[in-house]
Ligand binder design. Structure first.
Ligand code: DC
Length: 228
């Protein structure tokens, strides 16, 4: 019988997760779920309402009450029906999302939502804790990484594409290092490689090469079992 597949892609910011995960979802016909966008959406809501980023009680309520949707086939993110695709990428939201995502009650609420989104359907899910916490039994797990200077250069490029050319590369590097440190050292679901994840360094590999490498992993796991 056809079984649903979870393809988990974890790794630090700037490793190329979004580009790779989105392409893989298209190629495989799976649903793409960007869990970072969910933490960003809750952070955006908290900033708008002036909720303190360490007020775990109110943040939990926001996480439970938020209706976060991904428009199928597009990279549009909806928060309570509003298109927040652009708004959640602002630097202050990145900073706030990193803090909000360290709150255990927020993680519980969003992990439950992530599991619901993947019910009965094959997904490519990207984040920090997909292979360790959200779906420890995911069929394929990848830990996507890149050298810090490569990750900084990619983030500078992303910001430039958004029209933000004021931020200096060393400032971006410092902010990314801070967020990475917070993501890797928080007590709840820190960013770590799952023992059974495949490590891929995307520093010198073009996106196509990374996609092909992961498709090979998926095919190796799905070719015998009638899994789609
Ligand atoms: O991947 P991103 O930069 O959009 O993620 C935003 C923040 O959310 C980042 O600080 C890491 C955090 N995050 C997390 O803690 N767990 C996830 N599954 C995804 C993102």
């Amino acid at each position: 019988m056809a079984k649903r597949v979870v393809l988990a892609i974890d790794g630090p910011a700037g490793a190329g997760k979004s580009t790779i995960a989105r392409t893989l979802a298209e190629r495989l016909g799976y649903i793409y779920i960007d869990t970072g966008a969910m933490y960003r959406a809750v952070a955006l809501w908290a900033l708008r309402l002036g909720v303190a980023l360490d007020d775990s009680h109110r943040l939990e309520r926001l996480a439970l009450e938020s209706n976060i949707e991904f428009a199928p086939g597009a990279s549009t993110v909806l928060l309570n029906g509003e298109d927040v695709t652009e708004a959640i990428r602002a630097p202050e939201v990145s900073e706030a999302a990193s803090k909000v995502s360290a709150v255990p009650a927020v993680r519980r609420a969003l992990v439950a939502a992530q599991r619901r989104m993947a019910q009965g359907t094959s997904v490519v899910m990207e984040g920090r804790d997909i292979g360790t916490v959200v779906f420890p039994d995911a069929l394929v797990k990848v830990f996507l990484d890149a050298a810090p200077e490569v990750r900084t250069a990619r983030r500078v490029q992303d910001l430039a594409a958004r029209g933000e050319t004021q931020t200096q590369a060393d400032e971006v590097a410092r902010q990314m290092a801070d967020r990475d440190h917070r993501d890797r050292t928080r007590p709840e679901a820190p960013l770590v490689q799952a023992p059974d994840a495949t490590y891929i360094d995307s520093s010198a590999l073009p996106p196509d090469g990374v996609v092909e490498a992961i498709l090979k992993l998926v095919r190796a796991k799905t070719s015998n079992g009638g899994i789609h």
